[in-house]
Write a protein that binds this ligand. Structure first.
Ligand SMILES: Cc1cc2nc3c(=O)[nH]c(=O)nc-3n(C[C@H](O)[C@H](O)[C@H](O)COP(=O)(O)OP(=O)(O)OC[C@H]3O[C@@H](n4cnc5c(N)ncnc54)[C@H](O)[C@@H]3O)c2cc1C
Length: 506
């Protein structure tokens, strides 16, 4: 394609999983006043991946832009509130820490809080960084309320996301899209015809010989990448060198009595287990490396870990961690699993769907695009995926587990350059480098560094401007203030009862 502009009057989205219906909802909202027809093709014969129950706070911004309130979505998706992830046994066996959606302590304009805390530690203070985070404390005490809209202090700040039923969320997005005049076709795409002149996708052919065409195609067909991979042959960057987990088994069980406000990620000898509490059930799974454990053993580990009755047969997935070389090729944009998958450790897959949709919307402020639009989209997508990849790699790299070859391999692996640089800078100076297009902020990196006991050798010397006794008093005040806030906040189940009519099981 040259710099010539192409106009879009019609869009076909292939796939009715979480990615497809989120895309349809957001684009039908964006193009509401423009004459762009949107059709979504899904196949009820094929179904969806159907997992993806833990999210990060960006999801809330996504549905709020469409006009949904938190309470509406909590109710409609049987959701619970997620304040972060608890990592059990990741650093070493019998250790645990929480990565919150929030911040730690109150720093100054120039110096982040953790430098003050580091100095205080060097002078005998035994306090844990987690004591300065309202998000962590609420998660530990299983409490929840909506954050204060206009906090008076950084100590009052935390953010939250949802643990939800992904199929109910897709249903909500579907209803919204259909109201916004998205046309739905339930049929299986059998063949994709390309234009002989420029290689663009021209037509999708169904098994009953019907055909449909559009100006722009969005591939939300899941792992197989029906359009972007099978039809357009766009390759894939395989990241198995750093991310060794390539399989998962999922198993839902009956709900626990009192759903907690954090996802549990429990490291195992060849991967990790997840436990995600919803109002009506618990999602469980084992993500593992097929190099280090058999499927049977992985299933056994999962079954041993669950509490409550299983609600279905275990479901098995295999995947290659990585990303599509170009998320946008010709007249086709891949969103969701068709554009890549980094394992679900930090619940980033749906978040990457959101950022992809946001970029599509930014690309189509007018209903035109050209090669520059495509190049920019691909450049940013690549960076977003790589930033998430590096954040996930960090969790594995800094482990000190002695119990299996997988963890040893992860400790010894060579890192991508930018991650290496980020870790070096933190170790030497306590500085957290921020790269463009990172989804996770400095406090998220700090949570993992600290939780995995990867601490800096020195702190910012500007901290020495504060007298030690004043520093100790300040830290004591902060801890106290966080604790007082926790005491004043209701339990998560009371919050759910009040806002969602949640009933505790007998
Ligand atoms: C084990 C596991 C755990 C995960 N956990 C999380 C998590 O906690 N948090 C998170 O954010 N993400 C998670 N994810 C990722 C998340 O599930 C996906 O990002 C999300 O569900 C989007 O999937 P999708 O819509 O791209 O694909 P799918 O759900 O696979 O949907 C594909 C759609 O394409 C349709 N289709 C395919 N072929 C055809 C055809 N020929 N004709 C017509 N239609 C077709 C299918 O019918 C379906 O509707 C997890 C993924 C896995 C595998």
């Amino acid at each position: 394609m040259t710099s010539e502009n192409k106009t879009i009057n019609s869009i076909i989205i292939v796939g009715g999983g979480t990615a497809g219906w989120m895309t349809a909802a957001a684009l039908s909202h964006h193009f509401k006043d423009k004459a762009v027809g949107i059709t979504l093709v899904e196949s009820s014969q094929l179904g969806t991946v159907g997992v993806g129950e833990a999210t990060i706070p960006t999801l809330r911004r996504f549905y709020q832009k469409l006009g949904f309130t938190d309470t509406e979505v909590l109710k409609a998706t049987n959701a619970t509130c997620k304040l972060g992830i608890e990592f059990k046994d990741w650093y070493k066996k019998d250790t645990s820490f929480i990565h919150p959606f929030g911040i730690y302590g109150q720093g100054t304009k120039d110096v982040p809080f953790h430098h003050y805390w580091l100095k205080s530690r060097q002078h005998g203070d035994k306090s844990d960084l987690a004591q300065y985070s309202l998000g962590v404390q609420l998660a530990q005490h299983n409490k929840f309320t909506f954050p204060i809209e206009k906090p008076q202090s950084q100590l009052e700040i935390f953010d939250w996301a949802l643990h939800f039923d992904a199929s109910l969320f897709a249903k909500l997005m579907k209803e919204f899209s259909l109201k916004n005049k998205v046309e739905l076709i339930d049929n299986k795409v059998e063949r994709v015809k390309l234009s002989p002149s420029n290689g663009d996708i021209e037509t999708l052919c169904f098994s009953d010989n019907r055909e449909i065409s559009a100006d722009l195609f969005i591939d939300c067909s899941g792992f197989k990448g029906l359009l972007i991979s099978e039809a357009l042959n766009v390759g894939y960057h395989d990241w198995s060198e750093w991310l060794v987990c390539d399989r998962a088994i999922a198993l839902q069980t009956e709900a626990s009595d009192l759903p907690i406000t954090r996802t549990i990620s429990h490291a195992q000898k060849a991967g990790w287990l997840w436990h995600i509490p919803l109002q009506h059930r618990t999602g469980n799974g084992h993500v593992y490396s097929s190099q280090y454990i058999s499927d049977d053993e992985a299933l056994d580990t999962l079954q041993q870990s669950i509490q409550g009755k299983a609600l279905h047969q275990p479901r098995q997935f295999s995947f290659t961690p990585g990303r599509r070389k170009q998320a946008w090729a010709k007249n086709c944009i891949a969103i969701g699993l068709s554009s890549g998958f980094i394992e679900p450790l930090e619940s980033t897959s749906i978040a990457l769907v959101e950022t992809a949709i946001e970029k599509v919307i930014l690309s189509f402020q007018q209903t035109r695009y050209n090669q520059q639009t495509i190049d920019r989209f691909n450049e940013v997508t690549a960076l977003e995926y790589e930033r998430v990849r590096d954040f996930i790699i960090l969790h594995y790299k800094v482990n000190q587990r002695e119990d299996s070859p997988m963890w040893q391999h992860c400790r010894e692996m060579t890192l991508p350059t930018e991650l290496n640089e980020k870790m070096r800078e933190f170790k030497e100076h306590g500085k957290i480098i921020r790269y463009p297009w990172e989804i996770f902020g400095a406090d998220s990196w700090l949570a993992i560094f600290n939780g995995m006991n990867y601490l800096p050798n020195s702190y910012d010397k500007r901290v020495d401007n504060m007298e030690l006794s004043y520093l100790h008093d300040n830290l004591a005040y902060m801890k106290n203030r966080v604790q007082q806030a926790v005491n004043s906040i209701p339990s998560h189940s009371d919050f759910l009862k009040h806002h969602c009519g949640f009933k505790v099981k007998n």
